[in-house]
Design a protein around this ligand. Structure first.
Ligand code: CTP
Length: 394
């Protein structure tokens, strides 16, 4: 069912807009909380008060004039699924082009939620190559299309183009809800590169952007987990994630070790400095003082610390390698992790700061699985799919 799920219902200007009222009702009956966004022409067909009365909230009909200064981003983040029913040729075209001139299309563009589109229009319009091409473009982008039915149309016409039955659309919305297979799971993730201060101005750091860790946290929270992200960066992942901001390896160690005992899974994706200056100068080191000698001392191995805990979480480590991943298996054993995610940071598309990554999974028994180059979000999904399978097997 749709218990507790957030649905944004987009209504555009077609005769079938009246059926969207019934769809809103059915979604609410199934347990969803529904917020409605209407285009200007939708308002010509159905009054906003009807949706207001059914959903308990006034529909959003414009970017401006309401209490929220940015309704499209608020709703875009709030939505688990966005459904547009009926969707006119005009709205479908704007979506295919990424053209955000109205508040409904802007809401879709400002969202990561799955989108369900239920087109409705006259047969001649539906048959137009331009319209068909736009529908296919949306399908290729991952939108769920609920095909229109054959039947009576406005003005006494008949043929394909009639809005699908609201029950069929409600079923498509249910299918589109994100999986909540991680509900109840407590997860801790680390991200970013640590900075080890030399003096108030300088530090020893690395090029890690924190994007991989942020994606891992984001996907986990979307799938229902309770997530703590210990990070050195200001990347703000979407979703209700507890963020613990740290800078140095010592601070990260303290943040992780004090929380990992209560976690079910720890994914340590941060690039932690292995060494830090043995002392931090209180004032800026002057050039006139000559070339300084900076003695380095080891930082705590955060991963090792977690692996040695008496009630340790399921532990995922990362291995940043350059040139070859062949040493990753040894690292997996040495670090005693349940899963090691190795990547060659010198390889094109896999480095720090990139939006993509090409990784190898190394399992406890030494076996490996190479994944192709993909977005860091997709890598995050693969990691969680694998963690969930391994946990279920153990
Ligand atoms: N790691 C850690 N604490 C450190 C260094 C690394 O917890 N002081 C963690 C990283 O977050 C990562 C894993 O250990 O999950 C492997 O990090 P990596 O830098 O690849 O390996 P190192 O152990 O530092 O070994 P080397 O630098 O020699 O490759």
């Amino acid at each position: 069912m749709a218990e507790g799920r957030h649905v944004v219902l987009g209504v555009t200007g077609g005769v079938a807009a009246y059926k969207a009222v019934y769809l809103a009702r059915r979604l609410i009956d199934r347990g969803a909380t529904v917020r409605v966004v209407m285009t200007e022409s939708a308002l010509e067909f159905v009054g906003s008060a009807t949706f207001g009365a059914i959903t308990g909230t006034d529909p959003v009909t414009s970017f401006f004039g309401g209490e929220d200064v940015s309704p499209h981003t608020t709703l875009g983040r709030w939505a688990d699924v966005i459904v547009i029913a009926p969707a006119t040729a005009s709205t479908i075209s704007k979506l295919a082009a990424g053209q955000s001139s109205d508040v409904l299309v802007a809401t879709v563009l400002a969202s990561r939620a799955r989108v369900v589109i239920a087109p409705a229009m006259h047969t001649e319009m539906l048959d137009q190559p331009a319209v068909q091409k736009n529908i296919e473009t949306l399908r290729a982008y991952g939108y769920e299309i609920v095909d229109p039915e054959d039947g009576p149309l406005a003005g006494g016409d008949e043929g394909p183009g009639r809005l699908a039955d609201p029950e069929v659309i409600a079923d498509a919305v249910r299918e589109a809800f994100p999986r909540l297979d991680m509900a109840g799971l407590r997860v801790i993730v680390t991200a970013g590169g640590t900075r080890e201060p030399i003096d108030p101005v300088r530090y020893i750091g690395n090029r890690s952007s924190g994007k991989m860790g942020a994606s891992i946290a984001e996907v986990a929270v979307e799938r229902g987990a309770e997530v703590v992200l210990v990070t050195t960066t200001t990347q703000t992942p979407v979703g209700s994630i507890e963020i613990v901001q740290v800078e140095t390896a010592d601070e990260m160690a303290e943040a992780v070790w004090s929380r990992a005992g209560a976690a079910d899974v720890a994914v340590l994706a941060a690039a932690v400095a292995d060494f830090r200056p043995d002392q931090v100068h209180r004032t800026k080191i002057r050039r006139t003082a000559g070339v300084p000698e900076i003695r380095l001392v080891p930082t705590p191995d955060i991963l090792k610390g977690v692996s040695e805990m008496t009630s340790r979480p399921f532990l995922v480590g990362f291995a940043a390698e350059t040139g070859s991943l062949d040493t990753a298996s040894e690292k997996a054993t040495a670090k005693d992790v349940d899963l090691l995610v190795a990547n060659d940071i010198a390889k094109e598309g896999s480095g720090f700061g990139s939006d993509t990554n090409e990784v190898r999974f190394v399992f406890r028994d030494g076996s490996t699985r190479d994944l192709p180059l993909m977005s860091k979000r997709d890598v995050a999904t693969q990691i969680w799919d694998t963690v969930m399978t391994l946990r279920a097997e153990s």
